[in-house]
Design a protein around this ligand. Structure first.
Ligand code: TRP
Ligand code: ZN
Length: 667
């Protein structure tokens, strides 16, 4: 028993062994391996630290929501997600209000609890057994949804429209949790199927309620008894805050909308009692020209469909709900362009953190002016935003456009106007062609996902070749009014920019350092090492150590110099072939024993790591068959001859080393 215990202790470091022996170990000695971890109740957002959850990533929401008057929903959310790290023994979803009737995980009933304290609204799920990899959670819930008041005082979430007419769900930034359990962070985007069931009576005809959401209407609405069901499918990744529902006595319209990239289908809905419903057809009629107008600058429309929703509410804003933006009471021309521009900026690429929201509102505001001028001859972006900078007060600049820390600044003028001014300043500095390339590269790189301001700056630097740290500090992060409008960066050159070289021959195992001493002292240098023209992963330092794998290959190093106000310059060294390395110095082996027939000699070759030792005894300089260990017993035929021992060290990529003992005359 005690022997067994000692063995268990010794084996405990290998989990597989521990698992194998578990059944034979008495209960008191059983290893208490953790069955899973508890998912974090935050996604780490800087402004909304209680929103979002950790440990999993949602791939699809299937929402089945039946609405009845006065404003009650009965719903099932089926959420497909995948664990991101360890198995989860507990995880949470954001859900405010409503009552949860049942939760299952992978079909098994699960324990669940609610957190409703301060800003934290969670549905905490404890599955019957920990989940790992993909898992499916169903939440059956019901009640009258609450709306949510934001730090800036505006309302969002599930909002009832005029008495018993219907409801709209608008979720920026956190309102999604008022109508479906979700991972409420723009970092976790997912596809959606939204099935909406509303009351129906054949006799009411066109006065029946209609239900709208994002994406594509699947088939025709189906009538069953006194209800009608609409199924909407969003095949593109969508942030929870861009999911929408509209229920009302809408007039529905559809068409095919011509784009430069093809056609997309339009489903639009308007409450005829909205004051602006008369001009609704005008707005619909502009969809094609505006979408094409945005495509001209920023590339293909990223949506799965298009459309407009016009309802009567008093929220104070329109919203870029994915594919199908929402408008309150009326649709003005600038706002229409703004919300459609968001389909690229905000919806295709979403902010990774809410303090990055200028990446949505800056471009949407800028494009409102840009495409407005293109289509309607309004004021140019230069005149608008140069003018805004010039006439701005110091206090306007006190709040940075990105990285601000007060959630009530989320939709402040620093986000919209500073964001747009910064983009026009960038366009001035880089020129229109490079600026457009920056914006398109941003969409191509991060479309379907979310990204940060730092990643935007990185794209701008990569595409333009300029060091833009000082630029973004001034226009995005700074808290004082920039003293001068930028001038177009002059394509001067960094001087000098010699071709880099290497300080020595390149040998396996030996550090080679790039020689850049003569470069422009004002430049920041970065390095990239290549073997046979292929970039070596993670090799971005000023020196490099070749491994055996690179033997015989051709090594080059590219040096990129960046300096504010200058385009970057990249120069590549001439190639050097990677040569065999030299192994560490090794001593001659020694031999001990009496060199007499019948006696056994013993050799001491020494020991070295990372190298393979082969041993050989020689008699009169001829290798003795099978005498390849440290011991050699002298045979009668060896008498009067000369014996010696050789150690041969080999290592891939290095020259072999052979060392001989001194010669012994056999007696
Ligand atoms: N993102 C919306 C837009 O610019 C505006 C918005 C959403 C908003 N919620 C808000 C503005 C709350 C002010 C307050 O299209
Ligand atoms: Zn906007």
């Amino acid at each position: 028993m005690s022997h067994l215990r000692a063995w268990i202790v010794a084996a405990a470091s290998t989990a597989v062994t521990a698992a194998l022996i578990t059944p034979t170990v008495p209960a008191d000695a059983a290893p208490t391996a953790s069955p899973g971890v508890v998912g974090a109740q935050t996604a780490g957002d800087s402004l909304f630290p209680h929103q979002g959850n950790g440990g999993y990533d949602v791939s699809h929401y299937d929402l089945d929501i039946a609405w009845t008057t006065p404003n009650v929903i009965t719903a099932t959310a089926t959420i497909t997600a995948t664990t991101t790290q360890q198995p989860l023994e507990q995880f949470s979803l954001d859900l405010e209000g409503l009552s949860v009737d049942a939760v299952t995980v992978d079909g098994a009933a699960s324990a669940h609890a609610r957190v409703d304290s301060g800003d934290t609204f969670k549905l905490v799920v404890t599955p019957a057994s920990p989940v790992s990899g993909e898992f499916t959670t169903t939440v059956t819930y019901s009640g009258t949804p609450v709306s949510h008041t934001d730090p800036d005082g505006s309302d969002e979430g599930w909002v009832a429209t005029a008495a018993q007419e219907g409801a709209v769900a608008l979720n920026e930034p956190v309102g999604a949790m008022t109508w479906f359990p979700n991972n409420n962070t723009p970092q976790d985007k997912a596809t959606f199927t939204t099935r909406l069931t509303v009351p129906y009576a054949a006799g009411l005809g066109a006065l029946n309620r209609v239900a709208v959401s994002n994406g594509v209407l699947v088939g025709s609405p189906t009538v069953s008894g006194s209800t009608r069901t609409y199924t909407w499918n969003q095949p593109n990744p969508q942030a929870s805050y861009l999911a929408m529902v509209g229920i009302g006595r809408y007039t529905a319209s559809e068409s095919d909308v011509a784009l430069t990239s093809g056609t997309t289908h339009e489903w639009s809905f308007a409450d005829p009692s909205a004051t602006g419903s008369g001009r609704f057809a005008t707005a619909r009629g502009r969809l094609s020209s505006i979408l094409k107008g945005i495509e001209k600058h920023y590339g293909p429309y990223p949506g799965s469909s298009t459309g407009l929703v016009l309802d009567v509410s008093s929220l104070g804003y329109a919203l870029e709900t994915q594919d199908r933006p929402y408008f309150e009471n009326s649709i003005d021309g600038a706002t229409l362009i703004h919300e459609l521009a968001h389909q690229w900026f905000g919806d295709a690429v979403s902010p990774a953190d809410w303090s990055d929201v200028w990446l949505n509102e800056g471009p949407a505001t800028f494009i409102e002016t840009q495409v407005g001028a293109d289509l309607g001859g309004g004021t140019s972006t230069h005149d608008t935003y140069y003018g805004d900078w010039k006439s701005s007060s110091a206090s306007f600049w006190a709040t940075p456009a990105a990285g601000f820390t007060d959630a009530s600044d989320l939709f402040g003028s620093q986000v919209y106007a500073r964001g747009a001014i910064a983009l026009e300043a960038l366009r001035t500095a880089l020129g229109n062609a490079v600026f457009t390339d920056v914006m398109r590269t941003w969409l191509e790189t991060y479309g379907g996902g979310s990204a940060t301001t730092a990643q935007f700056i990185d794209v701008a630097e990569q595409v333009s070749g300029y060091d833009l740290a000082a630029f973004f500090q001034t226009w995005i992060y700074g808290t004082t009014k920039p003293t001068a409008w930028p001038t177009a960066y002059q394509p001067g050159t960094l001087n000098p920019t010699p071709t880099p070289s290497m300080d020595s021959l390149v040998r396996v195992g030996r550090r080679v350092t790039v020689v850049t001493s003569a470069w422009d002292p004002g430049a920041t240098l970065t390095y990239r090492w290549f073997l046979d023209g292929k970039a070596v992963p993670n090799a971005y330092r000023s020196s490099y150590v070749a491994t055996a794998f690179s033997l015989g290959k051709s090594l080059t190093v590219a040096v990129t110099g960046r300096r504010t106000g200058y385009p970057s310059v990249t120069r590549t060294s001439s190639p050097r072939t990677v040569l065999r390395g030299f192994q560490v110095p090794m001593a001659d082996p020694t031999v001990r024993g009496n060199p007499r027939v019948g006696a056994t000699l013993r050799a001491y070759p020494g020991s070295h790591s990372n190298t393979t030792l082969r041993q050989q005894w020689y008699v009169d300089d001829r290798a003795v068959a099978r005498a390849t260990t440290t011991k050699f017993t002298l045979r009668p035929q060896d008498r009067s001859r000369v014996v010696r021992f050789a150690a041969r060290w080999t290592r891939p990529g290095y020259f072999p080393v052979v060392k001989y003992s001194s010669r012994l005359r056999v007696r």
